[in-house]
Design a protein around this ligand. Structure first.
Ligand SMILES: [Zn+2]
Ligand SMILES: [Zn+2]
Length: 241
């Protein structure tokens, strides 16, 4: 990696119910070994089979803010459960988290038309607790990246460039077109983007290789990539919507 990235906030532990048996401490250890300064834990919400229950997310408010020298943020990857844009965690839980990623997953949400998916995302963005829209370039849930970008900018929400979607082993189809549109709009309108590893377990924490390559093609200024600065990301979170 030519650029040093300080944070990764889309990662999954054993509490997500699949893909990993790593504990939060295992994750922090791996992050520290990779020089990641700030790690966000974002386990799947309750509608994912075996995902975290509301009580798990509620208790994260008491979890250690620093582990092994890594600044910890505790969030969730909440499921978008219907076309009204509702999530699978109540506001009372969402409001205590450091950040909230909202994502469409099968089979929890049946993919709709491009128009339907876009409208649903726009409704999700009206939720004041949502910080990031997860993997919105998923080809199984086609959406209009232009409309998503302008709404995200208006609502002070980030669209992530999900590295696992871009991986050749990814299972969200070819997401490059929509991701490139988002990166180009970010560069043009000078609005930040967020890379995420979506690492299930420790293996891919801080791995943004594919996202970085695509961002290079969009010639996005490095300063717009929020992963560059833990302080910059915290500042983004502090800004009122
Ligand atoms: Zn997801
Ligand atoms: Zn995820």
């Amino acid at each position: 990696m030519s650029v040093r990235y300080e944070l990764d906030i889309h990662t999954h532990t054993i509490a997500s119910g699949h893909g990993s048996t790593a504990t939060i401490t295992d994750m922090a250890k791996a992050a520290a070994a990779r020089n990641i300064k700030m790690l966000g834990i974002s386990d799947h919400g309750p509608r994912t089979f075996g995902g975290g229950r509301a009580s798990y997310f509620r208790s994260l408010a008491n979890a250690q803010k620093e582990r092994l020298g890594v600044r910890m943020l505790y969030g969730a990857e909440a499921n978008i459960v219907d076309r009204k844009g509702r999530l699978d965690l109540p506001d009372e839980v969402l409001s205590r988290l450091d950040f909230v990623i909202a994502s469409m997953h099968r089979p929890i949400l049946k993919p709709g038309s491009k128009e339907e998916n876009t409208e649903t995302y726009l409704r999700v963005m009206a939720n004041p607790y949502v910080t990031v829209i997860g993997h919105c370039s998923d080809t199984h849930f086609p959406a209009d990246p232009f409309r998503l970008f302008f709404e995200a900018r208006k609502r002070h929400i980030l669209l992530e460039i999900n590295n696992s979607s871009l991986s050749p082993e990814g299972y969200r189809g070819d997401t490059r077109f929509a991701d490139l549109v988002i990166l180009n709009l970010s560069a043009h309108f000078h609005y930040p983007v967020l890379f995420s590893s979506d690492s299930h377990g420790t293996a891919h924490i801080g791995d943004f290789a594919y996202a970085e390559e695509l961002a290079g093609r969009a010639q996005i200024p490095e300063g717009l990539i929020l992963n560059r600065s833990a302080e910059g990301f915290l500042e983004f979170l502090r800004k009122d919507k």
